[in-house]
Design a protein around this ligand. Structure first.
Ligand SMILES: Nc1nc2c(ncn2[C@@H]2O[C@H](COP(=O)(O)OP(=O)(O)OP(=O)(O)O)[C@@H](O)[C@H]2O)c(=O)[nH]1
Ligand SMILES: [Mg+2]
Length: 460
């Protein structure tokens, strides 16, 4: 816990804009003293810890009631930061909140930096660094999968997995230190094979699983950019609309309807997607459409996956074949308008792009959309079953530190095989341990902490 010389900090903890309530949070040794000067309970009595009290915020210089509020004092250490905390629930008006915050600052608090409350929770030892990061991931989560991942970290799951790996490394290091201290012992202190097994099973394997999981997690957290590509009139905009479930893009029977790129976000089986509809690509387009086609080409550059659409009622044309050569991104081949084909024979289409997974749909009537989504997920996950709710998913920072730990552990195993002196093995083990320490915040530098916490929003 911070000493009384540490400043008491304050911030508005709710988002800007009108709302039912707006909460101001004060944390630090002066929190109660400041609140007592400004908050007047309706029934005069001292604030009781962890109890909500009804009253008023009164400007002490002007004897003016600024707002009718509820206040809660939470005595350290059972608080978010482990310091004394007071939260004042005002009316959710930005002007009122600003006024109250200014009074709090005039009474001795300092404005909190972004993420400073959570940073205190970390520095005061209430949560490890993975849990502090989970708070931000939780606030940031845009899909339920991202939320599941954040919840898992917040529950301390990643931290405990890392601690289990570290415990194995620490055990090995202790043995190695004995070998360093007693170099002349006859008995072989380091049982190389036994130690190699332990390191493989209890460090290498779990680290590899976590590192792979991080890649998958990024997919579910950050999502993919997907572009629908095709000749004019094949039904690209219709597909965008049916995936969105609303008439977002203009659809007409006139080729060249879409002249600009149009981007929308949605989720396919929990994967966030930025889906771009493009102008149909053809040679004899007018000036505006030509610019749209140029933009479509640009979009291809940044796409992660391309949905190559053809009009099934027209068969595959030379122009369709040309489009398939425009990109080297993973392709999903979408045969549209199967509702107006008398006898649809998938094989004749599948033969066109044999390497590319194919689905047949009717964008207009919503047929085949489930299969399209399945095929898409299959394509981007290499067909691997993966449930974001049941995997611990490190973020990119954790992943980099895990990679360091993994490589160092591999070097220990190589060193054991080559009978290297124990002090060299100890150094590598320490590198691995430092990597793990960085993840949970034991060996993290001030720069990295700053980088993490400044990404938070104010008041958190
Ligand atoms: N029968 C049938 N018609 C469809 C289907 N999908 C789209 N269409 C029709 O095909 C025409 C063109 O559809 P759009 O979605 O505008 O096609 P587009 O590829 O976006 O066309 P451009 O923007 O001109 O490149 C419209 O008349 C749609 O109603 C389908 O699955 N079946
Ligand atoms: Mg269109």
């Amino acid at each position: 816990m911070s000493s009384s010389s540490e400043p008491t900090i304050a911030a508005i903890a709710t988002p800007p804009g009108p709302g039912g309530i707006g909460v101001i949070r004060i944390s630090g040794s002066q929190a109660l003293a400041i609140a007592t000067k400004l908050f007047k309970p309706a029934k005069p009595a001292p604030l009781q810890s962890h109890q909500l009290t009804y009253g008023y915020i009164v400007d002490p210089l002007q004897y003016k009631v600024v707002d009718e509020v509820l206040a809660v004092y939470m005595q350290a250490p059972r608080t978010y930061t482990r310091d004394d905390v007071v939260e004042i629930h005002c009316h959710g008006s930005y002007l009122i909140l600003q006024e109250v915050l200014q009074l709090i600052v005039a009474t001795g608090a300092r404005l909190a930096d972004p993420g400073e409350f959570t940073k205190l929770a970390f520095l005061n030892g209430r949560i490890d660094l993975t849990r502090a990061e989970a708070v931000m991931a939780l606030l940031d989560a845009k899909t339920s999968s991202a939320l599941d991942m954040a919840r898992r970290h917040l529950s301390g799951r990643l931290c405990s997995e890392i601690q289990a790996i570290a415990a194995c490394l620490v055990r090995c290091r202790s043995t190695i230190e004995v070998a360093i201290d007693f170099p002349d012992e006859d008995v072989e202190i380091i049982q190389a094979r036994e130690m190699t097994n332990q390191l493989s099973q209890q460090a290498i394997t779990p680290l590899q699983t976590l590192i792979t999981s991080a890649d998958r997690g990024r997919l579910y957290r950050e999502g993919l950019s997907v572009v629908i590509l095709g000749r004019p009139n094949v039904g690209k905009s219709s597909l965008l609309n049916s995936l969105l479930g609303e008439d977002r893009a203009i659809v007409t029977a006139v080729p060249g309807t879409t002249r600009d790129t149009l981007e929308e976000t949605l989720a396919i089986r929990g994967i966030p997607i930025r889906l771009t509809d493009t102008a149909g690509i053809r040679n004899d387009a007018g000036e505006v459409e030509e610019i749209g086609i140029q933009r479509a080409h640009e979009k291809l550059e940044t796409a992660d996956v391309v949905l190559l659409m053809v009009d099934g009622s027209q068969g595959v044309t030379p122009q369709d074949r040309h489009l398939a050569t425009l990109t080297d991104k993973p392709l999903l081949y979408v045969v549209n308008k199967i509702d107006i084909i008398d006898t649809f024979s998938p094989n004749s289409f599948a033969a066109e792009f044999p390497e590319v997974p194919m689905v047949s749909i009717s964008a207009k009537h919503g047929q085949g959309l489930e299969q399209l989504q399945d095929a898409f997920v299959n394509l981007v996950t290499d067909g691997e079953e993966w449930d974001p709710g049941h995997n611990t998913v490190p973020n990119i920072r954790h992943q980099a530190a895990m990679q360091t730990a993994l490589e160092a552990t591999h070097r220990v195993i190589e060193g054991l095989a080559q009978n290297l002196p124990p002090d060299l093995l100890a150094i590598e083990l320490q590198v691995a341990l430092d990597g793990l320490g960085e993840i949970i915040g034991l060996t993290t530098t001030e720069d990295i902490l700053d980088m993490i916490f400044t990404q938070f929003c104010l008041g958190k």
